[in-house]
Design a protein around this ligand. Structure first.
Ligand code: SF4
Length: 715
């Protein structure tokens, strides 16, 4: 009789429910959970291949110190002693943790508690910084909190869905399937894709706006201006100037501030100028703006093409400004909607896994919040200043400021921009700990101490998806070898550092309950992030926990699908903020590096392929890395399809095969980010990317590095 366990997919931020079946002979199969509200039984190619990725080949099964297998006590004692000695000798900011959106919320919570509340530093950041930090910063600027206003259902209810910088069909496939099904049921629904590339998502769209890279804010500033001056569009020649029927004046006046300033920054809506800035023609702009003006039920979905930019936060706010101006927020089928890349990027945000946040969505710069968290944790110290964000964190490792580093569940030697510098920094760091499930990654090879962690299928905890839905990841396999869950590893180190009573948990249910109590304690009756309904949850109830959207306060059973329709925001005065945004497209022209390099995902692989690389059928979709370039550029460079091309930036070079296609704009080259030296590529893609960051979010600009390209002839 097969054992069946309901759990959650560990890949993207859609957060699909999975039923894992374990047969009597131990064989595992997976299928979509028909009852899970994120996917209703659907799975994409990656999710449906999960059972092919869980064998023990290549697993790290015993702790190692300097390449020698040791027992847990020896490894944990060493980690605790070296971190304690470093802190005693050089202060709390001489150590750092670098986490991952693969960690469960309970893992994130205890790591954050140890670093911020007991070590007394905020040098704890996460690879989620590379994924959605600009959306977090944009939400906080506009709403006063990092709150996603809507829900997946809004994409199905909308009359117009605008996808900005999002290859939803490949990167959030099940959400794209839901959208496609909604469009099939209501063919009058319109889908607009705003993306320099003609990705597979363009095939789903009625209108594809192939904008110049990084001109998103110019496009949405133009929309804000048009909403105020619809007379600028041919279809609306007689619309009254200055009293536009397309603005929600009541919402603007009673629930927001800064509208006039944002409008002034957006400038006069001159279609020719917007066309010049965005590279679109006036007809395309008119079509897009008319769709927005004519259809109240509009959702704007945005992802890495918006976030991964030096102006990512401004781009986010240029989108939110348009929704605030029309009052299209938090209502069925309306709102701005950020989709996260990683399975638990959102859970990390909830427990303060970013260097500039505290647990339960509190702000590290807020003395009242610091007092609440310190009092709740009964901690001896608490960091009162933001820590180093990912790029700066590794720079501090390189400069020697950080002398002890613990990396959990991620592979920054391959995934960080300026990856060669990151590798050199880790090599030079006096003490490096890596907890991971594998025995070999490019990062693990550099660790002094390797700690074997539990993998998907063995882990036990919760994750939160892009629509604020908390779901359980449940174990269905025994822990192999000496592997342990990440929360256990962190708490064992904390105990050995002298903080035993604060980290005395008997399992993830107890951690989740503490996290729930803190969220309720923090909110004290208001409506922000609150899962106080689970403050007293016991092991049995935790095991049976059904997916729910936060907040869910004590005494309540209903979940909160949407925020802000009532105009109540989390700023001090309760009003949302319009953020004045420049629509100027950064000029990165560099004659030595004439191409814009855009990095991103392919359909069937995930990050540095440490999991998807195990499933042969996933590699049959795209067997090797490639440089996607326009036929005109290929012709000028003398590169034929499938020939090798060398890409060179100021930071490094890679050699990959040319994919010549007019889906790519002239002047831009797309390269998938997944392949590393371990997987048949010559060079690591992120070694090419210069570590330029957004000033508000600290998110690196992974979509617009500068490179030159040349034909590579093997000698
Ligand atoms: Fe997993 Fe995302 Fe695919 Fe769902 S859409 S099965 S969460 S990878």
């Amino acid at each position: 009789m097969a054992k069946e366990v309901k759990t959650t997919c560990p890949y993207c931020g859609v957060g699909c429910g999975v039923i894992a079946s374990v047969a009597d002979d131990g064989a595992v199969s997976v299928r979509g959970d028909p009852d899970h509200p994120a996917n209703f039984g659907r799975l994409c190619s990656k999710g449906s291949a999960l059972a092919e990725t869980i064998d023990l080949d290549g697993r790290l099964l015993e702790p190692e110190v300097n390449g020698k297998k040791v027992g847990w006590d020896r490894a944990l004692d060493l980690v605790a002693r070296r971190f304690s000695e470093t802190i005693a000798g050089h202060g709390p900011d001489s150590v750092a943790f670098y986490l991952s959106g693969q960690l469960l919320t309970e893992d994130y919570y205890v790591a954050n508690k140890l670093m911020k509340g007991f070590i007394g530093s905020a040098n704890i950041d996460t690879n989620s910084r590379l994924c959605m930090a600009s959306s977090v910063a944009g939400h906080r600027r506009a709403f006063g909190s990092d709150t996603v206003p809507g829900t997946y259902e809004d994409l199905e209810l909308a009359d117009v869905v605008i996808l900005v910088g999002s290859n939803l069909v490949w990167c959030h496939p099940v959400l794209a399937q839901r959208l496609a099904a909604a469009k099939e049921a209501r063919p009058e629904m319109k889908i607009v894709l705003v993306d320099p590339r003609r990705t597979m998502t363009a095939d789903l769209a009625d209108l594809h706006l192939a904008i110049r890279p990084d001109s998103d804010a110019a496009l949405f500033n133009g929309l804000l201006g048009i909403l105020n001056h619809p007379d600028c569009l041919e279809e609306h020649p007689n619309s009254p100037v200055g009293n536009s029927p397309h603005l929600d004046r009541d919402f603007i006046e009673n629930h927001t501030c800064g509208f006039e300033e944002a409008l002034a920054a957006a400038g006069c809506p001159d279609l020719d100028e917007i066309a010049h800035a965005t590279g679109l023609n006036v007809r395309e702009l008119s079509d897009f703006y008319s769709l927005f003006l004519k259809n109240e039920k509009t959702v704007t979905v945005y992802s890495q093409g918006v976030n991964q930019s030096e102006i990512g936060t401004d781009k986010v706010n240029s989108i939110i400004n348009c929704h605030l101006a029309t009052g299209r927020i938090g209502k069925p089928g309306m709102g701005p909607f950020s989709v996260t890349g990683q399975p638990n990027a959102m859970g990390g945000r909830e427990v303060g896994g970013l260097a500039n946040m505290l647990a339960a969505h509190m702000a590290i710069e807020n003395p009242e919040h610091l007092e609440i968290v310190q009092g709740f944790w009964n901690s001896p110290t608490i960091s009162s200043t933001p820590g180093l964000k990912a790029v700066d964190l590794f720079k501090a490792v390189k400069s020697g400021k950080i002398k002890a580093l613990w990396i959990m569940a991620t592979n920054p030697v391959d995934s960080m921009p300026e990856a060669d510098d990151v590798k050199a920094a880790i090599v030079a760091c006096p003490f490096v700990v890596v907890s991971d499930v594998l025995e070999k990654t490019d990062t693990l090879e550099l660790a002094h101490v390797k700690l074997p962690a539990a993998a998907w299928g063995e882990k036990d905890g919760t994750v939160t998806n892009s629509e604020r839905r908390i779901s359980r990841q449940r174990p269905f396999l025994p822990l192999p070898g000496s592997a342990h869950p990440d929360w256990w590893i962190v708490t064992e180190v904390a105990r050995r550092m002298g903080f035993a009573s604060a980290f005395d948990y008997d399992g993830p249910a107890e951690i989740f309950a503490e996290h729930s109590r803190l969220s309720a304690y923090r909110n004290n009756g208001d409506r922000d992030f609150d899962i106080g309904a689970y403050a007293e949850i016991d092991r049995q109830a935790y095991d049976g926990l059904q997916p729910f959207q936060w907040p869910q306060r004590a005494g309540e059973v209903s979940e909160t699908k949407r925020f802000f329709a009532d105009g109540a925001f989390y700023t001090a005065d309760g009003r949302a903020r319009f953020v004045p945004v420049s629509g100027k497209v950064p000029d990165r022209h560099d004659p030595d590096y004439p191409f814009t390099l855009n990095t991103g995902r392919v359909r069937d692989h995930w990050h540095t392929m440490t999991r998807t690389g195990k499933a042969a059928r996933l590699s049959s979709h795209m067997a090797e890395p490639f440089a996607e370039l326009h036929p005109d550029d290929a012709s000028v460079l003398g590169i034929a399809p499938a020939e090798l091309v060398r890409l060179i930036s100021s930071r490094g070079e890679v050699i990959v095969r040319a994919l010549v296609t007019d889906r790519q704009q002239p002047g831009s080259i797309f390269v998938p980010m997944h392949w590393t030296d371990q997987f048949a590529s010559k060079g690591r893609i992120d070694a090419l990317v210069k570590a330029r960051t957004d000033p508000y979010s600290g998110q690196p600009a992974s979509k617009n590095a500068r490179v030159r390209a040349e034909r590579f002839a093997a000698s």
